[in-house]
Design a binder for this molecule. Structure first.
Ligand code: NAI
Length: 465
């Protein structure tokens, strides 16, 4: 007899595993199907976490080599020990994925290893070392996404790689050619540039990060170019050749043909939802014909009763925290509570140096909507803590509704922007005004004062400008 569960989740990434935990906490009997050897999905194993480990290590290496002198610390003979750097990264991944396994045991969630597939109403078949049948009151699809490839440039895992392999190079490439100047291209491009690679980024569009505020994205572009990353915008890759240990990429930019020779190509042109092998067609689950993502309503219900989907599989930004929040809301709804995701207040972070963090509308989106707005800005340069940290690049930009002073968006370029943005997210969640943020007492000396000053600038006038 197949084991019966209230909920069977397919995929143990930050969407699926969080949904399983929340469902179990609310008294539901849950199982989670995962084909990988470890839990945690892309984020923990080959995404957010290992990339942040390498970003941190490579930044420290860069600082030790070129910036410690400014603090009066003389260092000689700084050397890269890449195997150790990679080992530290692997240890972090191991401890976190084991942490999820521990949480599953603690919450009595069954882990079923293998490939999950919908096998009929309320039925999931898992093919692993053996075939297991599960019965489910509800089936949650949370299989996430995988790197998209270019049709003429399939991944080979060695010379033409995705983020997965670019997180695990055992040697610093001499010249890394990055196709796509988005999140992955900029983060992993930064890692390898800091460790000594020449990095060339080829981007199809006329600007980097088209969904981010234009002014802030432009400043990040300049900063990364100053750090040595080479950018070619409006550049369409048309072909590539592989020869022993070398790669050549052909591209077209307005009015010219270009050729780039390197030793590795990182293809980071986006990710696509993992919808194959799940039995969706047979079960009659509808995909959005435009995006290829699973179509759901605001309760994450697909068109097939009892089948739900969250995370990268459905519409919206492909972000781990978005998936987790959907997982929580889904589980709460399933348990009879009222879960909800406020898509307007989902932050995004690019972990370059400086970091770029944002929430809410950009200046461009506000203009498109014809909203009369105010802008308040404050630079890191004028902040005491930023000076003490020797990290004075960047600014906080706050956008408000000119009539009501209500916060519409916050955009931060600067060190630790990833942590600072939380204040903007909370402010948006609570429909705060710039005055609310300005009159909130920020500890001194902290970077958070820059947020306070930018709010003063939007509401009335900054004090230190
Ligand atoms: P992306 O969507 O961020 O950027 C892809 C870039 O490639 C775009 O700028 C696009 O215009 C460009 N592009 C597309 N086709 C191209 C072509 N043929 N030639 C040249 N350029 C081309 O995608 P990316 O960087 O692959 O990341 C995938 C997803 O992973 C992102 O959507 C993001 O949500 C997520 N991610 C999030 C991170 C974070 O939160 N810090 C870090 C890494 C990834």
């Amino acid at each position: 007899m197949p084991e019966r569960y209230d909920l069977v989740v397919i995929g143990a990434g930050p969407g699926g595993y969080v949904a399983a935990i929340r469902a179990a906490q609310l008294g539901l009997k849950a199982a989670c199907v995962e084909k990988g050897k470890t839990l945690g999905g892309t984020c923990l194993n080959i995404g957010c976490i290992p990339s942040k480990a390498l970003l941190e290590s490579s930044e420290l290496y860069h600082l030790a080599k070129s910036r410690f002198g400014r603090h009066g610390i003389a260092v000689k003979g700084v050397e890269l020990d890449l195997p150790r750097m990679q080992g530290r990264k692997n240890d972090i991944v191991k401890s976190l994925t084991e942490g999820v396994a521990f949480l599953f045991r603690k919450n009595k969630i069954a882990t079923v290893t293998g490939v999950g597939r919908i096998a009929g109403k309320g039925k999931v078949t898992v093919t692993g070392d053996q075939v297991t049948e599960l019965e489910a009151g509800a089936i949650l699809l949370a299989t996430g996404s995988e790197p998209a490839s270019l049709p003429f440039l399939p991944f080979d895992g060695k010379q033409v790689v995705s983020s997965t392999e670019a997180l695990a190079f055992d040697k610093v490439p001499e010249h890394l050619i990055v196709i796509g100047g988005g999140y992955i291209g900029l983060e992993l491009g930064s890692v390898w540039a800091r460790l000594g690679s020449k990095v060339t980024v080829l981007e199809f569009l006329p600007r980097l990060l088209p969904l981010n505020d234009g002014e802030i994205a432009g400043l990040l572009h300049k900063s990364l170019a100053k750090q040595g990353l080479e950018f070619h915008l409006e550049t369409r890759v048309t072909g590539a050749k592989k020869e022993a240990g070398k790669v050549t990429v052909q591209a077209e930019a307005p009015g010219k043909k270009l050729e780039f020779k390197g030793d590795k190509i990182l293809v980071s042109v986006g990710r696509k939802p993992v919808t194959t092998g799940l039995g969706l067609e047979e079960a009659g689950v509808k995909l959005d014909p435009k995006t290829g993502k699973v179509a759901v309503n605001e309760r994450f219900e697909t068109n097939v009763p009892g089948v739900y989907a969250i995370g990268d599989l459905i519409d919206g930004p492909m972000l781990a925290h978005k998936a987790s929040h959907e997982g929580i809301a889904f589980a709460e709804n399933l348990a009879g509570k009222s879960g909800h995701v406020n898509y307007y207040a989902i932050p995004s972070v690019i972990y370059t140096a400086p970091e770029l963090a944002a929430v809410g509308f950009t200046e461009e989106q506000i203009k498109e909507r014809g909203i009369e707005s105010k802008v308040g800005k404050f630079p890191f340069m004028a902040n005491g803590r930023a000076k003490a940290l020797d990290e004075t690049e960047g600014l906080v930009k706050i956008l408000t509704d000119a009539r009501t002073d209500k916060l519409l968006g916050m955009h931060i370029l600067g060190t630790r922007a990833s942590e600072m943005i939380a204040e903007g997210v909370l402010a948006l969640e609570f429909s705060a005004s710039a005055e609310d943020i300005a009159r909130t007492c920020h500890a001194h000396p902290t970077l958070s004062e820059i947020v306070g000053e930018a709010a003063w600038a939007a509401y009335a006038r900054a004090l230190h400008s």
